[in-house]
Ligand binder design. Structure first.
Ligand SMILES: Cc1cc2nc3c(=O)[nH]c(=O)nc-3n(C[C@H](O)[C@H](O)[C@H](O)COP(=O)(O)O)c2cc1C
Length: 359
């Protein structure tokens, strides 16, 4: 919308709506946005984030309490919209276990842990903590929940990877669309899991396509990690940007050092889109495990969350052991641009650099 409006009016309107000082949102990253990082971003006037995918309702409430004790800034809560239950195939799962045993001996006999927190209970907890915004990925919230968000006055940020998804989200009541480019670290937000590989638009194409197709603000995400990327996204019509990988090397993110160090030297072609960690397509560093799982002869990954259950003991141990080869090292294509400076200093510098490039 409103690409004819000057960039400063567009970004100011968005900031005013959400009470922000800087049009930069920390990307929600399940397992990688601790309160320390979110509060550092929010203290400077950006939007903090909490990815609740793996969190029980009590942990969601505790996260918000801790955030409020560390910052009077604002945050978004984010959840994945669940896929239909996957079809189980014991023979195929055993083939995957046999392959994984080459990487982690326990995997040969592991039964996948498929229990995930209850989606509806998580949604209740998200509403209860009264975030400035609630975001969605992999689909749209069910109508009754959208109604409750509206009643509570919660701003709905809906991730979309295509024009069709963006239009669907807006028709359901989304207040803004987060246009996720193919460059993004972590999972692709494509609504139908099977379409993820094909729906792989780069941000420079999908951003103006979505801006021209919907009448709500558009937030750009995917591969943005310096002032040039922010200025480019705003020039293409974005009202704000959302940055994930670009914040992962800050001390407040607290990720394992092997992952953090590798992000800083990872060129775009050294990342890989793979289903080998979770069963849903996502972009990680092209680690030894990811490359091997994508090679000819390796078994096709099982659907989400079965694959995640099968790889869980390997990736969990790798995180504890700081072993990049087997770690779930989600990283976007612009990891090489990311900086290890404190998050508060980084967000201010990024916005200053971007403004110097904007007319
Ligand atoms: C470690 C990691 C975890 C992520 N988890 C989530 C998540 O739980 N929910 C979500 O909507 N997006 C998630 N994402 C995607 C981000 O929200 C965002 O789209 C992406 O980081 C943008 O690309 P960038 O990493 O190049 O900045 C994750 C990304 C990363 C790197």
């Amino acid at each position: 919308m409103s690409e004819s409006m000057s960039w400063s009016v567009r970004t100011e309107q968005f900031c005013r709506k959400l009470n922000l000082k800087i049009p930069i949102l920390l990307a929600p990253m399940a397992g990688a946005c601790p309160v320390s990082l979110s509060s550092a971003v929010a203290r400077e006037g950006g939007l903090g984030a909490c990815g609740v995918l793996l969190m029980q309702p009590s942990a969601i409430v505790d996260w918000a309490k801790q955030f409020q004790s560390e910052s009077d800034g604002l945050f978004q809560m984010n959840n994945w919209i669940p896929d239909p239950a996957p079809v189980r195939d014991e023979i195929h799962e055993q083939q995957i276990r046999d392959f994984l045993a080459n990487w982690h001996p326990d995997s040969g006999s592991a039964r996948p842990m498929l229990a995930t927190p209850d989606f509806e209970e998580q949604c209740e907890a998200m509403l209860q903590v009264q975030p400035a915004a609630i975001s969605s990925i992999m689909g749209v919230y069910p109508r009754p929940f959208v109604k409750r968000m509206k009643k509570a006055g919660t701003y709905w940020l809906a991730t979309a990877t295509t024009v069709e998804e963006a239009k669907l989200a807006v028709s359901m009541g989304a207040d803004a669309v987060v246009a996720q480019g193919f460059e993004a670290g972590g999972h692709r937000g494509t609504y139908a899991a099977g379409d993820a590989q094909g729906a792989a638009g780069g941000l420079i194409s999908i951003l103006p396509a979505i801006v021209d197709s919907v009448n709500v603000p558009v937030v750009a995400t995917g591969g943005i990690a310096d002032g040039r990327g922010i200025a480019a996204a705003i020039t293409l019509g974005a009202s704000a940007v959302q940055i994930g990988t670009g914040f992962l090397r800050t001390p407040e993110a607290g990720i394992p050092s092997a992952w953090s160090d590798a992000i800083g030297t990872t060129m775009p072609n050294h990342t890989i889109l793979t289903r080998a960690f979770s069963g849903r397509l996502g972009r990680s560093i092209a680690t030894d495990y990811a490359k091997s799982a994508e090679s000819v002869g390796a078994p096709e990954p099982a659907p989400y969350p079965i694959q995640r259950g099968l790889t869980g003991s390997m990736t969990g141990e790798a995180r504890r052991d700081n072993d990049l080869a087997k770690m779930q090292a989600w990283t976007g294509q612009s990891g090489f641009l990311s900086s290890a400076e404190p998050a508060g200093q980084l967000i201010n510098r990024l916005w200053e650099d971007a403004q110097k490039l904007l007319p």
